[in-house]
Ligand binder design. Structure first.
Ligand code: ADP
Length: 396
């Protein structure tokens, strides 16, 4: 039997999942986990497909442990779990594919070099995604590695949703709207097709609300517009990212306040959003547990901006049939969902408060003009499916 490994390597966390292939070559989850707080005191939790914890480890003094060393540990664990089954390929989430990479791709040195050029466009993610690929190339030379791009799902959106209102030459240079969280949105589109094919064929907004946050407008499961743009900084307010702000602010910070480009990058990517507005935390749960007015202001601004951007996407879609919440906040935070739905009640999102407080799939009233759903995302499974396809094509 064979297996596929999915990896999503970030700055302070590595998420991974191990899939074995059944007789028909369908990926079946064997176990999945996450290493968090890399660089401080890493902790590892691995759960089986049933949700039981199968491995737990903490490194209280692990500040100097690199991503590469931790990946080595994950691989050693995977080899033990798999026994005589063999990992045939490893799939990676890679945030930015630029203009060149519109589909998942087997990685070689040339591809890696091209992707590295995109590092400045996704400084929170891309360097870490690529470092994991390099680390595994050292650890397991010859093992096929597949890059799965967050931008790819949005590649065929209408030209009007891709163009920035700048002189044409900039567009030709690749300065255009790409969109991100594509693996998550692709998974949600597939799941909705399984759950309710009629709804999936209509007009949907998916709200991926996690540390990073964006919205995607889909028609018949295809992206037609999204809130992130050239970089993953655009659109919604996020944990530490500002989202869309007047570009004049950036000019002012540099020309009037004398901030360097590096300081502005740090401000907009790492010190803004929920963290910046609250002055407390980037974590929505922590803010909800805080009774101070700054925490409340940050939560309210987050919800207001989701509703405001959703209004724009409803215009792009020409109406709305379904609204899907997903990712850490979207899947778990009932109060944030309620606030967003109340702001969008005019467009037909009529939330059912008791369903919203439970763990229902549908959280709207029976006669709500727009279906409101909560669907857990699964980027790891999407990565495994793409990886399998690429490896199969490579062998055929
Ligand atoms: P990432 O973008 O890092 O994958 P996640 O999708 O895990 O982020 O989302 C992290 C966010 O989800 C945090 O703001 C966290 O507070 C929030 N969150 C996670 N679990 C819960 C929960 N049970 N209740 C409320 N909020 C939650």
């Amino acid at each position: 039997m064979k297996a596929i490994f999915s990896l999503n390597s970030g700055s302070s966390s590595i998420k991974f999942a191990l899939f074995t292939l059944d007789g028909a070559n369908n990926p079946m989850l064997s176990a999945g986990g996450k290493i968090e707080r890399i660089g401080i005191a890493p902790s590892l939790r691995v759960r089986s497909a049933d949700g039981d914890i199968v491995l737990e480890r903490d490194w209280p003094d692990g500040a100097s442990l690199s991503h590469a060393e931790l990946l080595k540990d994950i691989f050693a664990w995977a080899a033990e779990r798999l026994g005589d089954r063999q990992v045939i390929a490893i799939g990676h989430r890679v945030v930015h594919g630029g203009t060149e990479f519109a589909a998942p791709r087997l990685v070689d040195d040339a591809v890696l070099d091209a992707l590295e050029k995109l590092n400045p466009l996704a400084p929170l993610h891309q360097p870490h995604n690529l470092a994991a690929i390099r680390a595994i190339a050292q650890l397991r030379p010859g093992l096929p590695q597949v890059a799965c791009f967050d931008t790819a799902f949005h590649h065929d959106k209408p030209p009007v949703a891709a163009r920035l209102p700048l002189p044409r030459a900039f567009h030709e240079q690749g300065i255009r709207r790409y969109g991100f969280h594509g693996l998550s949105y692709e998974y949600i589109a597939r799941r909705l097709r399984e759950i309710d094919p009629v709804l999936a064929a209509g007009r949907m907004i998916a709200a991926h609300l996690g540390n990073g946050a964006s919205l995607c407008a889909m028609r018949d499961g295809k992206s037609i517009d999204t809130t992130m743009g050239f970089t993953a900084l655009d659109g919604l307010m996020m944990g530490t990212r500002c989202g869309a702000i007047d570009p004049g602010v950036v000019l002012h910070l540099q020309t009037q306040l004398g901030m360097s480009a590096a300081d502005v990058e740090d401000l907009l990517y790492r010190k803004s959003g929920l963290l910046g507005v609250s002055g407390i935390s980037s974590d929505m749960r922590t803010l909800s547990d805080n009774s101070g007015p700054e925490a409340e202001e940050a939560i309210e601004l987050f919800c207001w901006r989701v509703a405001r951007e959703a209004g724009g996407l409803i215009a792009s879609l020409g109406g709305l049939d379904a609204f899907v919440f997903t990712a850490g906040i979207g899947e778990n935070h009932a109060d944030v969902r309620r606030r967003i739905c109340e702001r969008l009640a005019w467009s037909g999102l009529w939330i059912d408060e008791s369903a919203n407080l439970g763990s229902a799939l549908r959280i709207c009233e029976a006669n709500s003009p727009v279906a409101v759903l909560v669907i857990p995302t699964n980027e790891e499974r999407m990565i495994a499916l793409h990886t399998l396809n690429v490896v199969r094509e490579d062998h055929s």
